[in-house]
Write a protein that binds this ligand. Structure first.
Ligand SMILES: Nc1nc2c(c(=O)[nH]1)N[C@H]1C(S)=C(S)[C@@H](COP(=O)(O)O)O[C@H]1N2
Ligand SMILES: [Mo]
Length: 316
């Protein structure tokens, strides 16, 4: 089977290392502090300091209005516009992430510590939902590997498990009789996938704090995988020896794999994955133009090596 080459990351986008390191210092000096309102909650439009990254694609970013109003976040309802209508009730401060399991230094890390300790970078990534629509999102975040380094995974650790908050008082999709999913929403990566430089924890988009509907205050972004792997509003990260459960795989294992790498050669049982609808590229806010879907969502150069032994015509 023949794959065509995805568009390369433009070499003009690659920041010379000296400049990159100098910018890092400038940012570190600025302290990465977030403006807080009188209520002690982060000002919504607070600009985030971020280092431009070489991991940015040339595709035109999707309109911010579409990125923040066409969402999947079932904790706030199953409709695309439910999260932007309903997620305002989520309190994102105080917020901690419990990082533990097979690590030398388990710890509970406060979001403010994360915001100030890690150097944030801006990365414009393609995002391909398993439902065959896609966007291009300028995220702000930092490599997941930096957080893993902090807790020092043990040699026995093979996977990283993630969990979203459970708080039905603030997440209306978790309250009431109809439950779309089993909570908490859970996801996982193999440790070497988690350590790939493309895997980030995002705290912002479009130069601002992450809106609640996009997974505030911190969510996973793994751009070579289907969107459902990008778990939102994370409260727990656990290093494990066994492959951890993931929400959509558990719900329907024949339709949603644990790996879920974007693959135009393997169709969903109910629809083709060969093409996608690029939101914002046709009339109307959510209108989409048909584009060919790329293997690994166009990130094969960076990640294909992780799956050297796998048959890419098969479902994983
Ligand atoms: N906790 C949680 N995380 C989630 C989801 C969800 O329902 N709950 N939906 C996933 C799906 S299917 C997609 S496509 C992306 C959507 O991210 P976005 O709304 O920021 O574009 O979030 C993923 N992360
Ligand atoms: Mo999705």
């Amino acid at each position: 089977m023949s794959y065509y080459r995805p568009p390369k990351i433009a070499s003009s986008e690659i920041t010379p290392k000296s400049l990159y390191l100098r910018r890092r210092e400038l940012i570190a000096g600025a302290g990465g502090a977030i403006a807080l309102t009188a209520l002690g909650r982060p000002a919504l439009a607070a600009p985030l300091k971020a280092v431009p990254s070489q991991y940015t694609v040339d595709d035109k970013p999707t309109l911010k209005e579409a990125v923040t109003t066409y969402n999947n976040f079932y904790e706030f309802g199953t409709g695309k516009e439910d999260p932007s209508r309903n997620a305002g009730s989520l309190k994102t401060r105080p917020w901690t992430i419990e990082v533990g399991g097979l690590v030398a230094k388990p710890q509970v890390i406060d979001i403010e510590t994360i915001m100030s300790e890690f150097t944030m970078g801006e990365r414009t990534y393609r995002m391909r939902c398993v439902e065959a629509w896609s966007m291009v999102i300028p995220w702000i975040g930092f490599p997941l590997s930096a957080l893993l380094d902090k807790v020092e995974p043990l040699g026995s650790a093979k996977y990283v498990a993630f969990e979203t908050l459970v708080r039905p008082e603030e997440m209306q999709g978790q309250a009431g009789i109809f439950q779309a999913l089993e909570w908490p929403y859970v996801e996982g990566l193999r440790l070497d996938e988690a350590r790939n430089p493309l895997a980030i924890l995002a705290t912002g988009l479009y130069g601002e704090m992450l809106p609640n509907q996009n997974g505030a205050p911190i969510r996973l972004v793994v751009p070579w995988k289907y969107g459902f792997k990008g778990i939102k509003s994370i409260v727990k990260i656990t290093l494990t020896e066994q492959e951890p459960p993931s929400t959509w795989n558990r719900l329907q294992p024949s339709e949603y794999g644990f790996y879920a790498n974007v693959n135009p050669a393997v169709d969903h049982p109910r629809w083709s994955q060969a093409t996608e609808r690029r939101i914002g590229e046709a009339e109307g806010l959510f209108g989409g133009a048909r584009l060919d879907t790329l293997p690994f969502n166009g990130y094969a150069d960076e990640v294909a090596g992780l799956y050297a032994g796998m048959d890419l015509t098969k479902f994983y």
